[in-house]
Design a protein around this ligand. Sequence first.
Ligand code: SAH
Length: 220
Amino acid sequence: MNDPRFAGIGMTSARTRDRLVQRLREHGITNPAVLDRIRNVPRHIFVDEALASRAYEDTALPIGFGQTISQPYIVARMTEALLEGGPLAKVLEVGTGCGYQTAILAPLVGRVYSIERIEALLKRARERLKDLQIRNTRFRHGDGTQGWKTQSPFDGILIAAAPLSIPDVLIGQLAIGGRLIVPVGPEGEQQLVRLTRREQGIERRMLGAVAFVPLLGGTG
Ligand code: SAH
């Protein structure tokens, strides 16, 4: 991490990042490992250079192809919710996008399997994670609603785009005790949900209102 691009200056400096971490704390994020990742991952390299000065604002920003980099609070909230309940060896991520969420999560778990339907986004995400020397991640271009059967079951599944209802295929790829974090519902009415697969049945907890791009079928 000695690459000067990652250190940041001015609006991407350590002080600016500390302010973001402070804001997330005030909004209820408590997991110190998650807050550390938010401080250390250079979010400005995940957006267009023209938007770099806004990279540490707590907002979603455009990344092209009609997609966005998620709001840091949401990334932190989803990561914290996924980690709650013990260590995770294998995590499936649906909706790699620019790879920011992947970069926050990967060092906190054993391995991340990340699927994105837009090939150009996936290619750039892969390059960024390589630059950041994050190596415990495998990427796949494809339709995440089908999961990643050959690597299942997963201890955790994180879905970064909103389906109208939770795909049964993905619940089926969750290990016993595994957690699935997903925004569910139509635009304007989405709720973040945490499912835990138990020996008998599924436990469900609502985590609050959110706004995500839709989870689509097929590949782009
Ligand atoms: N995780 C990103 C945010 C991604 S936005 C971050 O760190 O900021 C959601 C992404 O999900 C978009 O890139 C979109 O192309 C992708 N997506 C939507 N439907 C999908 C599907 N069925 N399979 C895989 N990716 C999908």
